[in-house]
Ligand binder design. Structure first.
Ligand code: C5P
Length: 230
């Protein structure tokens, strides 16, 4: 496959779960801000043409990177929810990215994504009309009640955890995100917006160490994983 793909990286979240004043994507991980690891990894992939980073309106921490591995790194301003930020990123892409072109979306907080998983996602999901990395659920899933007691056991069959990157056509994803937003539905990932729009995104199994760094403990885990997941 010779086509190249742009990647939108939503990074406008404040990462309240980690605590502190600095958004989690700018906290240090192995000597560099978390987001820089993610961007280095994405830009190193031979099928990625450039990165569109979506920043918070009052972001004071962005390290002002404008190219990485020879690829352009552009920025725009995001919105209140992740889906607003992704939509802003899709809108800000250059006119050279056609409506029908596939665009990747990857969380700033997933620095350990493997090159081979990005390659497999592109190889399998593009001919399928779009898809996402994920992994089948391996643990038993419980439904909790308000007291934190297990109330029921949910079926595990055919249940997947959704990761990023996710890859969809620029215009179809924009329309799906807009439709969800107009209906007052806050989608938690791009695939959810596409499902609502009648698509069935392809689930491509990826490594489970593509973790979303969320808690303080995840930083230690990500530091361990980084050199082991290239
Ligand atoms: O908060 P959570 O970890 O689910 O966020 C996933 C990704 O979406 C992060 O990279 C975060 O910065 C981004 N995000 C965003 N705009 C928001 C909320 C989250 O770009 N309003």
């Amino acid at each position: 496959m010779s086509r190249l793909f742009w990647c939108v990286v939503p990074a406008a979240g404040r990462g309240a779960r980690v605590g502190g004043d600095i958004p989690k994507q700018y906290l240090p991980l192995a000597g560099k801000p978390l987001i820089v690891h993610t961007l280095e990894r994405l830009s190193a992939h031979p099928l990625i043409a450039g990165l569109m980073i979506v920043l918070g309106a009052k972001d004071e921490h962005w390290p002002t990177v404008d190219q990485l591995n020879g690829k352009p790194v552009l920025t725009t301003i995001g919105g209140a929810e992740r889906c607003d930020s992704v939509l802003a990123g899709l809108r800000a892409l250059l006119a050279g990215v056609a409506d029908d072109d596939f665009v990747l979306v990857h969380d700033a907080a997933r620095p350990c994504v493997r090159r081979e998983d990005i390659s497999r996602l592109i190889e399998l999901a593009v001919p399928a009309g779009g898809g996402l990395l994920g992994a089948p659920l391996r643990d038993t899933l419980k439904r909790a009640n308000a007291d934190g007691r297990s109330q029921a056991t949910e079926p595990r069959d055919q249940r997947w955890r959704a990761f990023t990157p996710q890859i969809f056509r620029r215009a179809e994803l924009s329309a799906a995100l807009l439709a969800a937003s107009a209906a007052g539905v806050t989608v938690s990932d791009e695939a959810m917006a596409m499902e609502r729009a009648g698509f069935a995104p392809l689930l491509v199994e990826g490594a489970e160490d593509n973790i979303k760094v969320t808690t303080a403990a995840d930083f230690a885990l990500a530091e361990f994983l980084l050199p082991r997941t290239v």
